[in-house]
Design a protein around this ligand. Structure first.
Ligand SMILES: *[C@@H]1O[C@H](CO)[C@@H](O)[C@H](O)[C@H]1NC(C)=O
Ligand SMILES: *[C@@H]1O[C@H](CO)[C@@H](O)[C@H](O)[C@H]1NC(C)=O
Ligand SMILES: *[C@@H]1O[C@H](CO)[C@@H](O)[C@H](O)[C@H]1NC(C)=O
Ligand SMILES: *[C@@H]1O[C@H](CO)[C@@H](O)[C@H](O)[C@H]1NC(C)=O
Ligand SMILES: *[C@@H]1O[C@H](CO)[C@@H](O)[C@H](O)[C@H]1NC(C)=O
Ligand SMILES: *[C@@H]1O[C@H](CO)[C@@H](O)[C@H](O)[C@H]1NC(C)=O
Ligand SMILES: *[C@@H]1O[C@H](CO)[C@@H](O)[C@H](O)[C@H]1NC(C)=O
Length: 415
């Protein structure tokens, strides 16, 4: 009894495995007749046909792979993939690297059949690269495109897809190696399409490029930096005269050195001002650069001119002054004044004639006065202290000398 059960189970199992295995191996057939057409210089239209001999109940859709290379095995980020239900699709794509396009059939509701092998077509690149070194700078509704032309190319013309009109137009502000596109919708564009047409070996050649939008090539004006201090901190302030986008799109990269050290401090701020602790014994040198935030695109300004603030000083100098220099100066002054005092003590502290002597002299003078007043050569004329007359005390020989004036004179010299 058990044997019969076992046997039937085993048969069942084997048959189901066989069935699944056979079904698993069955791939869908590939699509047919894959063709391409450039609708515009930038838009590639692809069409193909449903696989032949497909069960009418079997529903499928398609995977389209585009590789920016002639190598169909490339699986890196140069590969773009899309899934579609219809048998056509179009891509905005650059032609300069050549393309490998492959289409596979996926079962959507088709029993247990597998994805088909892919059908590939390869588009070779143009015969020559017409330009190198392409670069872009965007500012205030103007996009400046520059390039270096390759020597062997003639009659080079630059076109672009107009953001306003969505048509390919020729650059009307073109110099050799440069074109400036004016358009108020530039900054809204997520990508830009450029076309170069030139003649190489007598044949027209097209090169197309699809690049990120102008917001990824923002060129900002060189900012100005001002530095102020409130004693404890140093305030860096950026003068931004160039706010074309929202303020959240700008970042401020401050770079500064302190005390002439080689170490650079760097800080990226969301605001145009920045504050650091201020060491008043240090000279600061700073620059600012405005960075266009990756939230809004990419780009930067040139770094500002370097701004200096403060002076390098020895922080121990004031203490040194207080402890050594000032006492030294004070003692020098003291010594000098002592020496001077000694040398000129006769002037500063004049010898005062004894009062008795003065009175005696005066008496004699007064007695002699009437006879000898007009004779200055008279030996006996009293000219007591001529030196004092030269200094601060003025004693007129004619006026009668009183002891009080003499005393006053001495007090003044004493001071
Ligand atoms: C591919 O399509 C073209 C027209 O689009 C047709 O002329 C050609 O016969 C088709 N080739 C195959 C193999 O189906
Ligand atoms: C280049 O592009 C122009 C304009 O779209 C087109 O008319 C021309 O056929 C293209 N030439 C080549 C060689 O691809
Ligand atoms: C591609 O071109 C064909 C006609 O040539 C058109 O029927 C189809 O809609 C186009 N595909 C796309 C995605 O525009
Ligand atoms: C290709 O670019 C044109 C013009 O910008 C646009 O209208 C179209 O939607 C784009 N097609 C695809 C598939 O991205
Ligand atoms: C294609 O089919 C798969 C199922 O195999 C499904 O997951 C996918 O959403 C389908 N894609 C489209 C674009 O219909
Ligand atoms: C591209 O630019 C670099 C430097 O910017 C220069 O050395 C080089 O010669 C340029 N190439 C061409 C083909 O002009
Ligand atoms: C910013 O700089 C511009 C010149 O670049 C000047 O005209 C303007 O007055 C400055 N603004 C401030 C706030 O310093």
């Amino acid at each position: 009894m058990f044997r019969v059960w076992d046997l039937s189970l085993m048969i069942c199992f084997t048959v189901s495995i066989m069935f699944v295995g056979v079904e698993g191996i069955s791939e869908l057939p590939p699509p047919r007749n894959l063709t391409f057409k450039w609708e515009t210089p930038f838009t590639l239209n692809l069409t193909w046909e449903k696989p032949k001999d497909l069960d009418p109940d079997c529903k499928v859709n398609y995977t389209v792979d585009v590789r920016h290379s002639q190598e169909c095995s490339v699986t890196d980020n140069k590969r773009q993939t899309r899934r579609v239900q219809s048998t056509t699709c179009s891509w905005n794509i650059s032609n300069v690297n050549g393309l490998c396009i492959s289409v596979t059939v996926n079962p959507e509701n088709c029993g247990s059949r597998k994805q088909s092998p892919s059908l590939n077509i390869i588009l070779p690149p143009p015969t020559v690269m017409l330009v190198t070194n392409r670069s872009y700078e965007y500012s205030h509704n103007k996009l400046r495109c520059t390039w270096s032309r390759v020597g062997v190319v003639e009659d080079l013309v630059f076109y672009y897809l107009s953001p306003q009109k969505n048509t390919v137009i020729k650059c009307n502000d073109m110099k050799d190696g440069e074109c400036v596109i004016h358009d108020t919708r530039l900054k809204e564009m997520t990508d830009m399409s450029y076309l170069f047409i030139g003649t190489y070996m007598g044949k027209a050649v097209n090169n197309t490029f699809i690049e990120e939008g102008p917001a990824h090539y923002v060129k900002l004006k060189k900012p100005q930096l001002t530095i102020q201090s409130d004693g404890h901190s140093l305030h860096f302030q950026t003068n931004q005269s160039d706010l074309e986008f929202g303020s959240h799109c700008y970042k401020y990269k401050y770079t500064y050195t302190k005390c002439d050290k080689n170490a650079q401090e760097q800080e990226v701020m969301d605001k145009p001002n920045y504050e650091v602790d201020y060491d008043s014994n240090c000279k600061y040198k700073a620059r600012v650069q405005i960075i266009f935030s990756d939230k809004c695109g990419a780009g930067r300004s040139d770094p500002s001119d370097e701004v200096e603030y403060g002076e390098d000083r020895d922080p121990h100098l004031p203490a040194f002054l207080a402890v050594i220099i000032i006492p030294l100066i004070v003692s020098c002054c003291l010594i000098v004044s002592l020496v001077l005092l000694r040398r000129h003590k006769d002037i500063i502290f004049p010898k005062i004639p004894e009062p008795t002597l003065i009175f005696k002299d005066m008496l004699i003078n007064n007695i002699r006065m009437p006879e000898d007043a007009r004779s200055p050569t008279d030996g006996r004329l009293y000219v007591p202290i001529e030196e004092i007359v030269a200094s601060k005390i003025s004693l007129e020989p004619e006026t009668p000398l009183l002891p009080t004036t003499t005393n006053a004179g001495i007090t003044i010299s004493d001071e």
